[in-house]
Ligand binder design. Structure first.
Ligand code: NAD
Length: 707
């Protein structure tokens, strides 16, 4: 017998076993239709006297991989998931969950409510809700501890990291792994349970093994370290309820906590981060008729800090890479660094020796530009100097095959001007990787007015192929990320001369959620880079506009940051911990005296506002100019390239949460104090604040971002 109930869930009855199948591609997300279909299928199976037991399974590449994230921002629509899990658990006929792929979130919660769990060997199971600022809300925090104990439940739920089928079997989260056909094995298990005279084993009726004393306090201490993140603490509270309350009361407590978090600003921000990562790949205006160019062979020019990392990115994804250098010494050093970096990964256990050998084998060092003839994509990462870029692009233009994509990794130079060094500006764009290029996920793909749409599409696709989050940007002078960063750095230096010390500025931004403060970041990146950049751009300085030359003074002392053992902080050999340095304090005090600045106490609030609002204002300008297409593009740049805390969503999302009127008013106050040259509100910010809109509520999209 076979009955189709509602589209994503079907019911088939074979030899007394009801096979309930979810088919909701791509990942069988628990949409409203799936929840409804599951209840209907279960009820139909229960009311059929011929049915002795049921199997819940999924079509496609995975069991239910979680909630339907697109439903998150909306009002909850019944049936809610707890109703579904409860119905499965209370079923008088045994239900076997047949798991494959990524059994996550609500999918795993349903499986936990079934009476038996069988999985394929490659299955992973987990409750990653915490990553979206939530707790599992359909019994996961109550049932999982009953099966695996409090210790593992805390680890799985508070970290949100899935476990393998083997680990799940060993810990009791699942009952069986099958190497054979999953449906057949699950039906066999259901058949066996159906013959049993005893009622099915209900997870909710199991008792929780008493955990070791102090386990919850210890967990709280661990997760309190993750600063203001609320969700892990609520997870701990819910799991504690599994120990201290009867099952039904525990479920109630879990639901309360879930509902509180669901509408919290942190959950909204984390959801924005999650969806934004997917959104930025869809470029507005990039016509559906455009097809990407084929990219099989890569060439990278320059084997320095960036070129080496970029070559690794491509080799890691299986692309053959020609690595071109100007001299044999630099080439040997570059290859040695790549080898050293891979070897460190092998030592850490994150890569096999075989994997390392394969990757190294894909990278071919060369000193001959003619070797670029076959490359489909050439990424230049030579010195940051227009004359060098000209030399390189003229040489590349002479040898590259027609249709090859020519990219520059420049941080600040005008990509459109670089494109004009070739006879094919339509094939040129910026691909701005971040340091270390093989680690950082962000890639700013920089378009010029002449870049062809299929070149942009190809750059976005290739970014995905190498595991990057690519954001399409335009403009010059730092594009999106560095242009906003320059504003924050400017304010950080001003704050130092006005009265703050590096450790105070850094603490305020770390308290906000950044992994490091701006001055410690400078020490990590190398202060000489910023110094060189300042010198190269000295001609752009406007007379009469405030400028702080503290960085020059620090660098003139030979303090270039961690690499020289001292920068804004001092460092002990072999240790990256920054230590406040009295020499720097003295330097700052002397500097202020010479500049005639009377130092004052500066509040943490002022530090935060000036560092953040200067950035947000620049973000609004970037958006108004169409340098970024959407506010979400700016947010993803900051989340994936600059350590902006995901639970605040990104600078533009955060600005909306603070309220643009508040941001605007603060900026106008700073304009009164520090002058219009530095603190004029961006026209877009002014417009939105005047009508009470946010960057996101207004849905600002730059017109025709791709021509
Ligand atoms: P680097 O000095 O470490 O490396 C540059 C390499 O290019 C050197 O090995 C040099 O020998 C080689 N080179 C110079 N001229 C060449 C030529 N004609 N042909 C072939 N090779 C040549 O510099 P880097 O830090 O890797 O920066 C490279 C580019 O990436 C710059 O445009 C820089 O602005 C940009 N960038 C740097 C960072 C960073 O944090 N370092 C981040 C993003 C982008």
């Amino acid at each position: 017998m076979s009955t189709s109930l509602s589209s994503p869930v079907s019911l088939r009855i074979e030899a007394g076993i009801a096979l309930i199948t979810v088919d909701n591609p791509p990942v069988n997300a628990l949409s409203h239709a799936v929840r409804t279909g599951l209840l209907q299928a279960l009820r139909a199976a229960l009311s059929d006297e011929a049915v002795r037991a049921a199997v819940l399974l999924c079509s496609g590449r995975t069991f239910i991989a979680g909630a339907d994230v697109t439903e998150f921002g909306r009002a909850l629509q019944p049936p809610h998931l707890p109703e579904v899990t409860q119905a499965f658990e209370e079923s008088p006929k045994p239900v076997v969950a047949a798991l494959h792929g990524t059994t996550l979130g609500g999918g795993f919660e349903i499986a936990l409510a079934c009476h038996y769990r069988i999985a394929t060997p490659s299955t992973t199971v987990g409750l990653p809700e915490v990553k979206l600022g939530l707790i599992p809300g359909a019994g996961g925090t109550q049932r999982l501890p009953r099966l695996v104990g409090v210790d593992l439940a805390l680890k799985m739920i508070c970290n949100g990291v899935p476990i393998t089928a083997a680990h799940a079997l060993e810990s009791g989260a699942i009952d069986e792994i099958t190497e054979g056909d999953l449906e057949v094995a699950a039906a066999t298990a259901a058949e066996r349970l159906g013959r049993d005279a005893k009622p099915p084993r209900r997870t909710g009726l199991l008792s929780v093994t008493r955990p070791i004393d102090g386990i919850f306090d210890e967990a709280k201490r661990t997760f309190a370290k993750k600063r203001e993140l609320i969700a892990p603490l609520r997870c701990i509270e819910a799991i504690r309820a599994a120990v201290s309350l009867p099952f039904v009361e525990g479920l109630k407590r879990e639901r309360e906590l879930f509902l509180q978090l669901r509408t919290s600003p942190q959950a909204a921000a984390l959801r924005h981060a999650f969806l934004g990562e997917r959104e930025v790949g869809k470029v507005p205006g990039l016509s559906a008729h455009v097809t990407a160019r084929e990219v099989r062979r890569i060439a990278v020019i320059g084997a320095g800090t960036m070129g080496g990392g970029i070559a690794m990115c491509f080799a890691n994804a299986g692309f053959p890479v020609q690595l071109v250098e100007a001299g044999s010494g630099a080439l040997e050093r570059g290859i040695a660094t790549i080898r050293k970096n891979y070897a460190a990964t092998v030592t850490r256990g994150a890569l096999s020796q075989d994997g390392m050998d394969k990757r190294l084998h894909l990278i071919t060092p060369t000193l001959i530009y003619e070797d670029l003839r076959e490359a489909d994509l050439i990424v230049e990462a030579a010195f940051e100097d227009m004359d060098v870029k000209q030399l390189v692009f003229e040489r590349v233009d002479a040898v590259a095959k027609p249709g090859a994509i020519l990219a520059t990794n420049t941080s600040y130079l005008d990509v459109a001007a670089i494109a004009e060094f070739t006879g094919r500006p339509q094939d040129v764009l910026g691909m701005h990787f971040f340091s270390p290029a093989n680690v950082m996920r962000l890639l700013e793909n920089v378009r010029t007015p002449k870049t062809a749409p299929d070149v942009l599409l190809t750059a976005m696709k290739i970014a995905k192929a190498i595991g990057k989050v690519a954001v399409l940007v335009g403009g010059a002078d730092g594009f999106v990320g560095n242009r906003m960063l320059a504003q924050r750095t400017r304010e950080a230096y001003f704050l130092l001369e006005e009265g703050a010390l590096p450790e105070q500025v850094d603490r305020v931004l770390v308290d906000f959620g950044f992994p490091m403060g701006p001055l410690a970041v400078g020490d990590l990146a190398g202060l000489d880079i910023g110094w060189r950049n300042r010198k190269a751009r000295a001609h752009l300085r406007r007379p009469g506009v405030r400028d702080c030359n503290l960085l020059d003074k620090v660098c003139e002392m030979g303090r270039f940051g961690q690499k020289s053992g001292a920068g804004w902080y001092r460092y002990e050999a072999g240790n990256r911990t920054p230590h406040p340095d009295p020499l720097i304090e003295q330097l700052i005090l002397d500097h202020a005296r010479q500049a005639g600045i009377v130092r004052r106490d500066i509040s943490d609030r002022e530090i935060l506002e000036r560092c953040l609002y200067a950035m947000i204002n620049e973000g609004a300008r970037i958006l108004g100019e169409g340098v970024a297409a959407r506010a979400v593009d700016i947010d993803m740049v900051w989340l994936h390239g600059y350590g902006f805390p995901a639970w605040r969503g990104g600078p533009m999302f955060h600005a909306d949460q603070v309220g643009l009127t508040t941001v605007y008013e603060a900026i106008t106050r700073y304009r009164e104090r520090f002058g219009a040259e530095l603190w004029s509100p961006a026209p877009l910010l002014e417009e939105l604040a005047a009508v009470g809109h946010g960057f996101f509520t207004a849905g600002v999209t730059a017109p025709a971002i791709v021509r």
